[in-house]
Design a protein around this ligand. Structure first.
Ligand code: FES
Ligand code: FE2
Length: 417
């Protein structure tokens, strides 16, 4: 943690506040050997979409490491270090075979686990291929995403299953992949910052979702067995809308679709977008998503796979200035947001909690332990909370309605909110 700049209390005082302290290195650096990088590597991370693995290898960069990912002709996925163990040619130019990938330069053939199967230019008596390996990481396909474990080989965790991976009446589909030119942590900060949904997505920039988002709510945050959640409770006319979103450590969050109008009562509805923020490096991040889709919505795979409004820089600059959205707010906090320059306020409690979860995990790994929330043994699906619930409550105090809300959602209504 770096020291904060002194609290500026002078008008026209910019001259006194020009120093820019460095970012919090512990929380934000993700390259090999960095505290946060090693923490994130202890968890399965999505690195590619299965739909992108076709006849050609794909060069990717994850947490500062250059890698190649491919599916060989027998259907297995390989994730190898990019540069060939022989003399460094990039395997993005490799030839995918029945088994593994063959470097274009001198024909060395690598299996998906990094074993060298052939060194065709070497004498038949050579044992080099039996002694040497190309660097490889294990992979796991789920829901149309390819996950990788990039931590120490003897510490591979169990792949976590959340209850939202299986929702009645919905189909889990691979969804959007989009990059932001900033550090991963400020993207995840945003996930536990529900007040921005009232301002950025409604009051300040015009309604980007529904008008109901413009109601300022009561905000709560709670720790959960998988990380934390926020609970935003809004009064919309004589209805009360409770929106819950989850943060699953270390870098996942899930939220309901931003379509709630809060115009009628609704039992907890849970269709979710589940989104990982995977660092490309310190200053660029992939968002990769799975989505729960009701077939009745009639969405095409392309629609499911496109980022929502304002999630990328696909709009003209002036338009983004007039109606800024998530991409603009998050990536303009600097390439790496400088926590020492912030003035956190009451609505930032969730951000503080999230950063503490991350810091505790980083320090556990640095101390030689497993980080909290890492799964070591297979478990039933992890019960999460993400949902929208809407309940009718009379504008005046209604003790029975209050009791009902408390019973059904665990939330108290603040009247007059
Ligand atoms: S550089 Fe790859 S086989 Fe020689
Ligand atoms: Fe947002």
């Amino acid at each position: 943690m770096s020291a904060s700049r002194p609290f500026l209390d002078r008008r026209y005082g910019a001259w006194l506040a020009r120093e820019a302290p460095p970012p919090d290195e512990e929380l934000t650096r993700v390259g090999p050997g960095t505290p946060c990088g090693e923490y994130l590597r202890r968890f399965w991370q999505p690195v590619a979409f299965a739909r992108d693995l076709r006849d050609l290898p794909v060069r990717i960069r994850i947490m500062g490491e250059d890698l190649v990912i491919f599916r060989d002709r027998s259907g297995r996925v390989g994730l190898l270090q990019l540069h060939c163990a022989h003399r460094g040619t990039s395997l993005e130019y490799g030839l995918i075979g029945e088994r593994g990938i063959r470097c274009c330069y001198h024909g060395w053939l690598f299996d998906v686990d990094g074993r060298i199967l052939e060194t065709p230019g070497e004498p038949a008596s050579s044992t080099l291929k039996d002694r040497l390996c190309q660097g490889a990481y294990p992979t796991h396909e789920f829901g149309g995403l390819v996950f990788a474990y990039m931590g120490p080989p003897d510490r591979v965790p169990v792949f976590p299953l959340y209850d939202t991976f299986d929702l009645p009446g919905h189909t889990l589909l691979p969804a959007a992949k989009f990059a932001l030119p900033c550090n991963w942590l400020q993207i995840k900060d945003n996930s536990m910052d529900p007040v921005h949904t009232s301002f950025l997505h409604a009051i300040s920039s015009g309604y980007q979702f529904t008008e109901a988002f413009g109601a300022l709510g009561e905000l709560d945050w709670e720790e959960t067995p998988y990380g934390m959640m926020y609970i935003a409770t809004r009064r919309v006319g004589d209805l009360v809308w409770v929106r819950v979103a989850d943060f699953m450590a270390p870098n996942v969050h899930q939220f309901t679709r931003e379509i709630e109008e809060a115009k009628e009562e609704k039992a907890a509805s849970r269709p979710a977008v589940i989104r990982w923020a995977v660092p490309i490096d310190d200053t660029r991040t992939w968002n990769m998503e799975l989505a729960q889709v009701d077939p009745a919505w009639g969405l095409t795979p392309e629609q499911v796979a496109s980022p929502g409004f304002g999630q990328s820089d696909d709009r003209p600059y002036a338009e983004r200035q007039r109606h800024p959205a998530d991409y603009d707010a998050q990536s303009s906090q600097r390439e790496i947001a400088v926590h020492a320059l912030e003035h956190l306020a009451s609505t930032d409690r969730g951000v503080l909690m999230l950063r503490k979860i991350v810091r505790d995990g980083i320090r556990a790994v640095a101390a030689g332990s497993d980080p909290p929330f890492l799964l070591r043994a297979p478990s039933p699906a992890i019960a999460t909370h993400c949902q929208d619930t809407v309940i009718r409550i009379a504008p005046e105090t209604d003790p029975e309605a209050d009791r009902r809300l408390l019973r059904e959602t665990g939330r108290k209504v603040v009247h007059g909110g």
